[in-house]
Write a new protein. Structure first.
Length: 186
């Protein structure tokens, strides 16, 4: 009978040790996660304004191109004008770009914020390569259909990048507000 109680006590002790180990592990992981989120908010605070300026500048370029296109007399002139405008303006834009370490630090933010930023900049790099790789004479001598395809691809990339950046900026601003709320003066 004594052996039976020893076995029961040993089993209870083993279960208790496992429960304590799991609790300690969860507590440690919660601290690690909270620390990573705090660092993500810090990085978001550091870049949100600059990222917002990039998104705003690109949105202005897209909106300006669209509004100017409406002023041109016919659709082929509009398309050619928009393409030429992108060729002239976009490569000269100086865009802030967060480094890989900053993007990695942003991973704990919700809604795939870091991934959205990374994808947006990938699209912007593709667009820059496309725009720089095309000569204005190639555009003006291309057929209307070819010009329209070029414009659709370019504005599609630009619009997607702007949408991704605008969503990420909102996420960074929300994280900034949570991490560093504006103090009240009461």
């Amino acid at each position: 009978m004594a052996d039976h109680w020893v076995e029961v006590a040993s089993a209870v002790g083993t279960v208790a040790a496992v429960v304590v180990a799991l609790w300690l592990s969860r507590t440690q992981q919660a601290r690690v996660d909270a620390d990573a989120l705090s660092k993500a908010r810090l990085h978001a605070s550091r870049i949100s304004a600059r990222l917002g300026a990039v998104a705003g500048g690109l949105r202005s370029l897209l909106d300006d191109a669209t509004s100017r296109a409406q002023e041109l007399p016919d659709s082929s002139t509009r398309v050619r004008g928009l393409i030429l405008m992108l060729i002239r303006v976009y490569p000269k834009m100086q865009l802030f770009e967060p480094d890989v370490e900053t993007l990695a630090a942003l991973v704990p933010l919700p809604n795939q914020c870091a991934h959205r930023i990374a994808r947006a900049y990938d699209l912007l790099h593709e667009l820059r390569a496309d725009v720089i790789g095309v000569e204005a004479t190639e555009v003006t001598s291309a057929s209307e259909l070819a010009q329209l395809k070029i414009l659709n691809v370019w504005t599609g990339k630009l619009a997607m990048a702007v949408t991704l950046l605008e969503a990420a900026v909102k996420q960074c601003e929300d994280a900034t507000e949570l991490g560093a709320p504006v103090p009240g003066y009461e």
